[in-house]
Design a protein around this ligand. Structure first.
Ligand SMILES: C[S@@+](CC[C@H](N)C(=O)[O-])C[C@H]1O[C@@H](n2cnc3c(N)ncnc32)[C@H](O)[C@@H]1O
Length: 390
């Protein structure tokens, strides 16, 4: 199906986030919906970023189907392909209200779909026909990411349920969750399955990141960040994963540039690149030589933790994709038992540390580290993940 949905060039595809959803994922979303909402037939289903209408090609599923997209050509094709859907071409993030979508206030509403996930700071400006598309977004739903704005737009139209795909990072990164506060105040995650971004054939070139096929129900108590941390996420073709099960490095070290927190007596012994999530760690450096706006200054007492992160990076490709947006995970007690091994391994393998420190060789350091990671992943995520460290 994807092959038929390629009328855009690379730049417009990136800007509009036009990565169309494979049928198997559309079916997955509907199976989650059907499991949790007994009477879908009583609802109007809205996909306000419907593309070619993949989520609306279901017959007799709901009372009414409504599709909207900013892309004229996509709507033109969708109309040709699918009957019985009320399609409109519009910017769904501008003047958001039911009236503009021709949905009555008393209609029971499910928002469905795969809105674009696109950090607007990375939008390739001046290349799309309407350069001001992003600027016009209603101020109360404007964020730095189009997908988050879409989530806020479902709150604005007061959908009873929201069944959409979005990066897991929207929920699990505290800063993102804060941007979604209006949504989180009114919606609660009631079901969902994590899939890999590689399930989309045309996005598989980049590093895999976790996408949540999420089902939210409108709920006057909403959900807190603590609720998300305790939520047991299902992983497609796999087990479960819960944020609270992991201790992370940020409970132990400084993550962000810390120059302003150092006092006169502090004598940094090394410099480190700012830590973000595991996927960023895979791309970024660890120890650095230079003083940049991103530098974290490392004090001697914390050096072992930074060596841990440096070694973790070497193992990161063996970690499952679905923890890619988490902070570096750690079992602090077990780490402390063998922290010399991490320091030795890091000092002997990292070119920057090699020239700075002398540290005795520990003959079985590598073996102990392998075992540490085997246990860490095996105990928390299942034996399957331990096998990668043999
Ligand atoms: C990830 S695609 C998904 C399309 C379709 N729902 C599917 O799953 O196959 C995102 C769609 O959002 C549309 N889009 C981007 N910004 C929009 C906006 N502000 N208003 C309406 N549609 C928008 C794009 O044109 C694109 O068709």
């Amino acid at each position: 199906m994807n092959r038929n949905q390629e009328h855009l060039n690379y730049i417009d595809t990136v800007n509009l986030g036009s990565y169309y959803t494979p049928e198997i994922i559309v079916d997955l979303a509907y199976s989650i919906l059907q499991k949790n909402v007994p009477s879908i037939k009583d609802f109007t289903i809205l996909d306000s970023s419907c593309g070619y209408g993949s989520f609306l090609a279901k017959k007799n599923i709901a009372k009414r189907l409504v599709g909207a997209d900013i892309d004229e050509k996509a709507i033109f094709e969708a109309k040709k392909r699918i009957n019985g859907v009320d399609f409109t071409c519009q910017n769904s993030l501008v003047n958001v209200c039911r009236k503009n979508l021709v949905i009555k206030n008393d209609e029971k509403l499910i928002a469905i779909g795969n809105p674009p996930y696109n950090d607007t700071t990375s939008i390739i400006r001046n290349s799309i026909k309407d350069v001001s598309v992003q600027d016009k977004i209603d101020s109360d739903i404007k964020t730095r990411d189009l997908g988050m704005s879409f989530l806020l737009s479902y709150n604005k139209v007061q959908a009873d349920y929201v069944c959409v795909l979005h990066p897991l990072s929207y929920l699990i990164k505290k800063a993102n969750f804060a941007l979604l506060s209006r949504f989180a105040k009114n919606y609660k995650l009631i079901d969902g399955i994590i899939i890999s971004s590689h399930e989309f054939s045309n996005t598989s070139r980049g590093m895999a990141f976790p996408i949540l096929v999420a089902l939210y129900r409108r709920d006057q108590n909403g959900m807190t960040y603590d609720y998300v941390q305790n939520y047991q996420f299902k992983v497609k073709d796999d087990g479960f994963f819960r944020l609270k099960d992991f201790d992370t490095i940020i409970n132990h070290v400084q993550k962000y540039p810390n120059k302003k927190y150092l006092n006169g007596n502090d004598k940094p012994v090394a410099r480190f690149w700012t830590l973000r999530d595991i996927n960023a760690l895979k791309r970024n450096q660890t120890f650095i030589n230079s003083d940049t706006y991103n530098t974290v200054y490392v004090l001697m007492e914390n050096l072992p933790y930074y060596c841990y992160i440096d070694v973790f990076k070497q193992y990161a490709d063996k970690m499952p994709y679905f923890i890619g947006n988490c902070d570096v995970i750690i079992d602090n007690e077990k780490f402390n038992e063998i922290k010399e091994c991490f320091v030795a391994h890091s000092v002997h393998t990292n070119p920057i540390l090699k020239n700075k420190f002398k540290f005795r060789e520990i003959p079985d350091a590598k073996l102990k580290i392998d075992n540490y990671f085997k246990e860490l992943l095996g105990s928390k995520l299942g034996e399957k993940y331990a096998k990668n460290f043999n």
